[in-house]
Design a protein around this ligand. Structure first.
Ligand SMILES: C[S@@+](CC[C@H](N)C(=O)[O-])C[C@H]1O[C@@H](n2cnc3c(N)ncnc32)[C@H](O)[C@@H]1O
Length: 183
């Protein structure tokens, strides 16, 4: 390759990097706005649907081993390394392979955070357990486009889960979302 050709290739790579950086900067600003201005939903009993152990074991075997559970508490966590509400998993960097069963009612902001952490290269994979809310805006703004880019697998679970600590099955269906950033 000539010197001019190499310079051209370097310039194009720089332009792509700058575009990506702008995209990430915009996402950071949007996430900060979402986190700072969203109404705070305290972790009541109804938002603490503990992941069933057998489901977690199956996902850990297929997509793990997981390194981080960013939405957890001292009683309910599925990975040794976890973030609690007091630490605020929405503001800390994530790493490795992440499993997230977010507080219910607030899932969109967690999916947004996952996409940001993947874009920043902080983590390699994020697996979510969420209620099957296919009519909400975050599903259409975040999940469907990621699916179209080949960066999200959607698995609708059959039946209804009996969450950890619950006596009967949940009044809603659940979905596993597997996000991976393609290089
Ligand atoms: C649906 S539960 C999941 C618990 C556990 N990770 C599991 O999979 O069984 C959601 C958890 O997120 C915690 N939580 C709520 N807000 C949080 C925040 N900002 N940062 C970290 N954890 C949070 C709640 O206390 C609760 O333990």
């Amino acid at each position: 390759m000539t010197t001019e050709g190499a310079a051209q290739v370097a310039l194009e790579a720089l332009a792509r990097f700058e575009a990506r950086l702008l995209e990430v900067e915009r996402s950071v600003a949007e996430l900060a706005a979402l986190v700072l201005h969203r109404p705070h939903i305290p972790a009541s009993k109804s938002t603490r649907w503990g992941t069933p152990r057998d489901l977690f074991a199956a996902l850990d075997a297929e997509f793990g081993p997981f390194d981080l559970d960013p939405a957890a508490d001292d009683e309910l966590h599925v990975v040794e390394c976890y973030f609690t509400e007091a630490m605020n998993g929405l503001l800390l960097p994530w790493f490795g392979r992440v499993f997230c069963n977010p507080p219910y009612g607030d899932e969109g902001v967690w999916v947004y955070k996952a996409l940001l952490e993947l874009a920043l290269g902080h983590c390699s994979r994020v697996v979510f357990l969420v209620p099957s809310k296919t009519s909400v805006s975050w599903w259409h703004e975040l999940v469907e486009p990621a699916k179209a880019r080949g960066e999200c697998e959607v698995r609708f679970l059959e039946g209804r889960l009996t969450f950890r600590g619950a006596k009967s099955c949940a009044p809603f269906a659940s979905t596993v979302l597997v996000f991976e950033r393609k290089a």
